[in-house]
Design a protein around this ligand. Structure first.
Ligand SMILES: CC(C)(COP(=O)(O)OP(=O)(O)OC[C@H]1O[C@@H](n2cnc3c(N)ncnc32)[C@H](O)[C@@H]1OP(=O)(O)O)[C@@H](O)C(=O)NCCC(=O)NCCS
Length: 358
């Protein structure tokens, strides 16, 4: 979907004030330093995507309480850092006027970055005009959000340099964040949706991994609710790392979580033209097995991994015939057979490794 940039709308500050007072009511009792209108809609006269960016600025120790207050009092969904350290994204159930809501750590350089960008653009007319031209140009070319963010990287660096409040190292980190967008957008197949995990997936994840049949051939026991919660938060945290090594997506059918697909990339692969090496896993609720859904999801996931050349491995306990069939169905070849490879649930089990190169 291409990005829409509109001329400045004088109603944007009023929209922000409305959002601000809603947020303040949810955050009552939490120590908040300030709630700031940031992003292009906060700069009078600047053309912008018509989305109000809001930073709730808190000290590090108030991050947890602020997230909890928004999730519990305002029905927000916590999305994690989304690749930007110290900027925690929340999906707001109210989307009119459209907004992005973040909780930002006071003094962290990403927080200072947002404020510096806004304050410089508010006072420097020439840079404001140049920035608006770049944005209009990108929108006129019909670019998607990924190319839009990349296309703005150069002018943002110029504005931040002008602000003079960030170090060279901090400027490089912002540039890397703007040019390495590693999040995978929600994608549909014929019957399924693959998307990044969100905190509200804990219940579904628990239903999946607490099932003894699902974990029958895994080394771990069925998950407790606490373990499921911890695992979902780990997936969220790992999704924010750049470069990303652990990539795991939720698979949904009619808006219900039915399984997950993941890969762990070897950190030393992919450099100097080497193939990216990754181990692949998948797990689906028993009531959704035997319908071809897992195959459909894994095929799409491999496409979304995108990295090429790519070599993928699937490790199976050979007693796990569904998993073995799955590897074969996907065209993987068995490359190693190890007898009594490791202990699983009190017994020594064999291990088969399947491999395929893309
Ligand atoms: C491994 C696992 C994902 C495989 O699931 P699955 O249900 O066999 O795979 P699919 O959803 O792709 O379904 C394929 C089966 O559905 C059948 N099927 C029925 N309708 C179908 C359709 N419309 N299209 C394709 N296949 C269909 C296929 O014939 C196939 O059956 P078969 O294996 O008996 O030949 C699943 O068993 C699982 O989650 N196990 C628990 C976790 C686990 O052990 N993971 C592996 C560790 S990496």
């Amino acid at each position: 979907m291409s990005v829409v940039v509109e001329e400045y709308n004088p109603l944007w500050p009023a929209h922000f004030q409305q959002i601000r007072s809603e947020l303040a009511s949810y955050l009552k009792g939490v120590s908040v330093k300030s709630i700031e209108h940031v992003g292009s809609t906060s700069v009078p006269g600047l053309a912008a995507k018509p989305i109000i960016d809001v930073d709730i600025i808190v000290s590090r120790e108030n991050l947890g309480p602020a997230i909890d207050a928004l999730v519990q009092n305002g029905s927000f969904t916590y999305l994690g850092e989304l690749g930007i350290k110290d900027r925690h994204a929340l999906r707001d159930p109210k989307q009119s006027p459209q907004r992005n809501t973040y909780i930002c750590i006071d003094g962290a350089f990403q927080t200072r970055n947002h404020l510096a960008l806004r304050d410089t653009l508010r006072t420097n007319t020439a840079l404001r005009e140049e920035y608006a031209d770049v944005k209009r140009g990108l929108a006129a070319r019909g670019v998607d959000i990924v190319d839009y963010l990349k296309g703005k990287g150069g002018i943002i660096q110029k504005i931040l340099k002008e602000s003079g409040i960030l170090t060279e190292e901090e400027l490089n980190a912002i540039d890397a964040a703007n040019t390495n967008v590693e999040r995978i957008g929600a994608t549909k197949t014929a019957k399924l949706t693959l998307r990044e995990f969100v905190t509200s997936d804990v219940d579904g994840y628990y239903e999946l991994e607490s099932d003894p049949d699902v974990v029958r051939y895994q080394t771990f026991e069925p998950f407790t609710y606490e373990q499921a919660k911890k695992q979902v938060f780990e997936i969220l945290r790992d999704s924010a790392c750049i470069p990303r090594q652990h990539i795991e997506l939720a698979v949904t059918h009619e808006n219900q979580l039915i399984g997950r697909v993941g890969a762990m990339l070897d950190p030393n692969s992919g450099k100097d033209g080497q193939p990216h090496l990754a181990s692949l896993w998948f797990s689906f609720m028993p009531k959704w097995q035997g319908k071809g859904y897992a195959t459909e999801a894994v095929e799409k996931f491999i496409e979304l991994l995108g990295r090429r050349p790519l070599t993928l491995e699937i490790e199976c306990d050979p007693r796990n015939t569904r998993s073995v069939k799955m590897a074969e169905r996907l065209g993987f070849e068995r490359v190693t057979v190890t007898e009594r490879a490791y202990e699983s649930k009190g017994e020594m089990v064999d291990s088969w490794v399947f491999r395929k190169s893309y």
